[in-house]
Design a protein around this ligand. Structure first.
Ligand code: SAM
Length: 298
């Protein structure tokens, strides 16, 4: 194994020209060309020689080289078949990297982790294509894929949404879902000039460290997340109206009204003012009361 050779603009251009590679916008291809940022990601992911890393979208293999140096093994999933010969070239010096040419959204990730790491937890590290950020992160958590942490480059605005709390304009269903499963920590903000081609917006590296157990006890997870989604779907409405108008929930108004009242935040409270703990309390309360009290008009 050698030291990583990728990660600067000249080398990246050289590889792209050698293979006459053309960027595919639909795959969110913005390759990292800054070694400081790469070092920061590797450091933030707290990788050891025992670790198996799942990388999503290795591109031309820039970060993959750094990951291969630091870990026991890397399993990298890349959708673009035009990148596969490039990866065989740039990663030829590493015998601990496996490339899978698949769409990660169609992959059984839990099955892959079982196969590659005997079901033991992996660390996910990626410079994520923006269009799959939310589905991939939520898919990993909701399907209980064994992961210790997820350290990813995402749009700055999405990183802010994951880390923020009530009273902030970015607070929403994604913040609550992420914080139910993990502790988010924004490691660094990354400007567009660290990528080729440059994205239109700023990016950030965020680490999500999975909780051993969720920080709140929830009787019915699906119900809580339906309540959360319903509250933020109609941000401008009061919580009571937002929940009542939701087809997902189908609850009588008095059940909603009484449960909201018991929160002690006033009848006109909006969903955006509630903490995760309050959403858990609300959903546990509704779960015990909704038995046998479905709406009569349905
Ligand atoms: N890791 C490289 C880097 O940092 O330079 C490339 C990052 S680039 C933002 C995103 C990568 O994800 C691209 O290589 C793209 O082809 C790949 N990709 C996009 N959609 C994907 C999908 N659904 N499954 C797997 N890989 C995908």
């Amino acid at each position: 194994m050698g030291k990583p050779i990728l990660g600067n603009p000249q080398k990246t251009i050289e590889i792209l020209q050698k293979y006459q590679f053309t960027f595919q916008k639909k795959f969110g291809q913005n390759f990292l060309i800054d070694t400081h940022v790469l070092d920061k990601i590797i450091c933030a992911a707290r990788i050891s020689k025992e670790d198996t890393i799942l990388e999503i979208g290795p591109g031309i293999g820039t970060m993959t080289q750094y990951l291969a140096e630091a870990s026991r093994q890397v399993v990298a999933v890349e959708i673009d078949k035009n990148l596969i010969p490039i990866l065989s070239d740039t990663l030829s010096g590493y015998d601990n990297v496996k490339i899978i040419n698949e769409d990660v959204l169609k992959l059984d990730i839990a099955g892959l982790v079982r196969e590659e790491n005997g079901g033991r937890s992996v660390k996910v590290v990626a410079n994520l294509p923006y269009y799959i950020t939310t589905p991939i992160i939520m898919g990993i958590f909701e399907n209980h894929v064994p992961v210790e942490s997820i350290t990813v480059m995402v749009q700055k605005e999405v990183a802010d949404r994951m880390q923020t709390g009530p009273g902030n304009k970015d607070y929403g269903a994604l913040s609550l879902a992420v914080q139910y499963y993990a502790i988010p920590y924004i490691v660094a903000n990354v400007p567009p000039n660290c990528f080729m081609p440059r994205p239109k917006v700023g990016s950030a590296v965020i680490r999500l460290t999975r909780h051993d157990r969720p920080p709140v006890e929830v009787a019915d997870e699906k119900l809580m997340f339906d309540i959360i989604r319903a509250s933020f779907n109609q941000r401008r409405k009061t919580l009571v109206n937002g929940l009542y108008n939701s087809d997902m929930l189908n609850l009588p108004k008095e059940v909603i009204g009484e449960a909201v009242e018991r929160l002690g935040k006033g009848a006109g409270v909006r969903g955006e003012a509630l903490t995760l703990e309050e959403f858990a309390r609300l959903s546990n309360d509704i779960a015990t009361r909704r038995q046998g009290s479905k709406r009569k008009d349905d």
